[in-house]
Design a protein around this ligand. Sequence first.
Ligand code: CAA
Length: 248
Amino acid sequence: MTKRVALVTGGMGGIGTAVCRRLARMNGNVVMANCLPGYEKKDQWLAQLRAEGYDNVFAAEGDVSDFDSAAGMVRGIVSEIGPVDILVNSAGIVRDNVLKKMSLSDWLAVISTNLNSAFIVTKQVIEGMTERGWGRIVNLSSVNGQRGQFGQTNYSAAKAGLHGFAKALAQEVVRKGVTVNSVSPGYVETDMVKSIRKDVLEKIVAGIPMGRLAHPEEIAALIAFLASEEAGYITGANIAINGGMYMS
Ligand code: CAA
């Protein structure tokens, strides 16, 4: 199995961390965990992964919603480690509110971190992947991009947009050995989900047919499969992983 270089945006977040661990256990891949420049928990996060034995995971600082910052980050990875073969676009934030109370800045923050980032970071790596004839791009979409969610016009729009982006790009690179897919998790045990108001979250969990939140590792396993050699015939797909919340 070939050793690859993987870049995971939002790599120090709830799902991102599980993805980094999983990709790092696959073929001795080198994994670059992206975080914002100056992220205060970066050293602690890296120390934790080192303590777990992951000596092939490194930090890649860059603001993925900012073209120049992301371009500089990817240039650094290419010169120090090598070209990026696997890109997981998992950077994401929430700014939940009903539309009538949502500010323009909360709309724009979510669209730029969750959706513009996919364009910005993919732009830095896609040509290299097609020239080398191998690449894997996996976008972290959401059940709420598929079915919409009360209080999340911004997030649902961004997550639906991510899969539209994946389907269009998948067509552009389908003959070049590069696959582009999305995964759409339901509610996962992460700080993001834990930040939902307790009464609201209880109702959400009660409505999940499987009766529980997903474990981040369950999402990471699917992403790692899509990033593997074996998944080479899957492209333009959006794979649901939501405990039965939304069946498509
Ligand atoms: N459908 C219909 N009506 C609803 C509703 C729903 N899903 N949820 C709430 N309402 C109703 C309420 O019953 C209430 O009605 P009344 O005024 O008649 O009592 C009204 O809408 C206002 O509801 P809230 O009290 O909740 O309004 P709020 O302004 O205090 O809070 C909110 C709004 C912040 C959006 C809150 O509803 C909320 O946090 N919702 C959860 C949003 C959510 O699921 N976020 C997911 C974050 S994690 C994530 O996104 C990861 C992922 O990919 C899955």
